[in-house]
Design a protein around this ligand. Structure first.
Ligand code: MN
Length: 138
């Protein structure tokens, strides 16, 4: 599946992973890279926001439970910044939070994936999500 990043001219779509669990980050990066995505990662909300501004990823995977500033607040801030307002954000949340997913949509997330993720469908569902988000943005 050949995908193209219209902003960077790169052949691959870039995904920013904001996640404090190092093993999760490793797993997500591996699954996405196997499908041809470029990945970037940050372990805190603050670092994630800074990297999103600088790197202009095609999509952000946002862990909701982060130390300090949580993923909901980080999403609100990204939505409020001109440079990141249009980047689609997918919330990543533990099963215990299912049912609270409306909170993530209220904060400005456009998608929701519960953890632990299904390695067989993870990268594909993110690809489909980006394709859908791009269509909606024209
Ligand atoms: Mn976490």
């Amino acid at each position: 599946m050949e995908q193209h990043n219209p902003k960077t001219g790169s052949a691959a779509l870039r995904i920013l992973i904001v996640e404090d669990d190092v093993l999760n980050t490793k797993l997500f990066r591996r699954l996405l890279q196997l499908e041809g995505f470029e990945t970037l990662a940050a372990g805190t909300a603050e670092a994630g926001i800074a990297l999103a501004i600088k790197a202009q990823p095609d999509c952000i995977l946002m862990d909701i439970q982060l130390p300090g500033m949580d993923g909901l607040e980080a999403t609100r801030r990204l939505r409020g910044l001109p440079k990141t307002a249009d980047i689609p954000i997918i919330a990543l949340a533990a099963h215990a939070m299912v049912g609270d997913d409306h909170l993530t949509y209220e904060a400005g997330c456009r998608g929701y994936i519960s953890k632990p993720v299904d390695p067989r469908t993870f990268a594909d569902s993110i690809g489909k999500f980006i394709a859908g988000a791009t269509k909606r943005n024209g």
